[in-house]
Design a protein around this ligand. Structure first.
Ligand code: GYE
Length: 311
């Protein structure tokens, strides 16, 4: 009897799927939440997740993928830090018959080299932010400063393009300064300090557009230290919808954010389960929603509702 149970246990263990996950790092609150949720989702499904933190370096991601391939994992999840330079490693995975799913960022490689990508329409997110600003300022002349995400990453490229689309046709709105702050709070603060200095102590800035909430939160601190009121003297619009931006909104210090779900792994594991079961090939892009939240959407309630949901 004992032998039977032990044998069954072994058989079940042998069937557990192993997935390698190459995460970018922990540059933002959103990223940390995605990591937490991916681990949770794997555990709920009995998937053995091998987690690797690349500390923002593409070379570390490539090395992690090579290790996963050598280990013969059943699938690979990767949040690719930048958009270019993935062809050879994706070809290696394909040759080894290991399906790859991209999470939250895109790559420039041939779509045949990965199974699917789960993420938002990054251009659309920027456009939603731009349109919000155009609506908020009306005819008023508005000098905008922009904090970009990691240079060469698809969200930095697309959220810039999208925002420019959103403000197109509004000659009164102009992006006067634009620099990367690597999606982090600390660099967001530093770069905003230099923007404020260069723009008459901030008096010449009408709005800040940040490619993620963490950079906005850092910049809000800089604006306050410069003696100005964020949310009023300088409008603040960003992307992600992390709890801290709702806290800032509830305090009247941020104006709008575009939501990005940190649960990319749920849809990714669903697609993989179907693929493993009978070879069902998912669509090349599984799109998540991009809702806009402003100060009038009960930011204090939003903060409470989100706190703990992986954040
Ligand atoms: O918005 C940002 C993060 O890749 C779309 O990366 C994602 C972005 C997210 O660090 O906060």
């Amino acid at each position: 009897m004992l032998t039977t149970v032990a044998t069954l246990g072994l058989a079940a263990a042998a069937q557990a799927q192993t997935v390698g996950f190459s995460q970018i790092g922990s540059e933002s609150g959103w990223r940390a939440a995605e990591t937490t949720l991916t681990k949770q989702q794997a555990q709920e499904r009995g998937i053995d997740l091998k987690f690797s933190d690349a500390q923002q370096k593409q070379e570390n991601q490539i090395a992690a993928l090579r290790t996963f391939i050598a280990q013969g994992v059943d699938a690979i999840l990767i949040a690719p830090v930048v958009a270019t330079g993935w062809d050879s490693i994706l070809e290696e995975a394909k040759e080894a018959d290991i399906p790859v799913v991209l999470l939250d960022r895109q790559v420039d490689s041939d779509k045949e080299l990965y199974l699917t990508a789960v993420g938002s329409d990054l251009v659309h997110e920027g456009e939603v932010a731009g349109k919000w600003l155009a609506e908020a300022v009306g005819d008023k002349s508005c000098r905008v400063v922009e904090l970009q995400g990691t240079t060469g990453s698809s969200p930095a490229i697309d959220r810039k393009t999208g925002f420019e689309k959103g403000i197109a046709g509004h000659a009164n709105i102009e992006i006067v300064r634009s620099q990367t702050a690597d999606f982090t709070r600390s660099i967001g603060k530093e770069v905003m300090e230099s923007f404020l200095q260069a723009e008459n102590g901030g008096a010449d800035i009408c709005a800040l557009y940040a490619h993620n909430d963490d950079m906005a939160v850092g910049a809000i601190q800089a604006i306050k230290e410069a003696g100005l009121k964020p949310g009023e003297d300088i409008l603040v619009v960003s992307i992600d919808a992390v709890p801290d931006i709702f806290k800032a909104m509830a305090d009247g210090e941020a104006n709008a954010t575009v939501e990005l779900t940190p649960n990319m792994a749920g849809p990714a594991f669903d697609a993989l389960a179907a693929y493993w079961k009978d070879g069902t090939v998912p669509p090349k892009f599984i799109q998540t929603d991009s809702a806009l939240y402003t100060m009038s959407d009960d930011p204090a309630g939003q903060y409470q509702a989100r706190k703990g949901l992986g954040y």
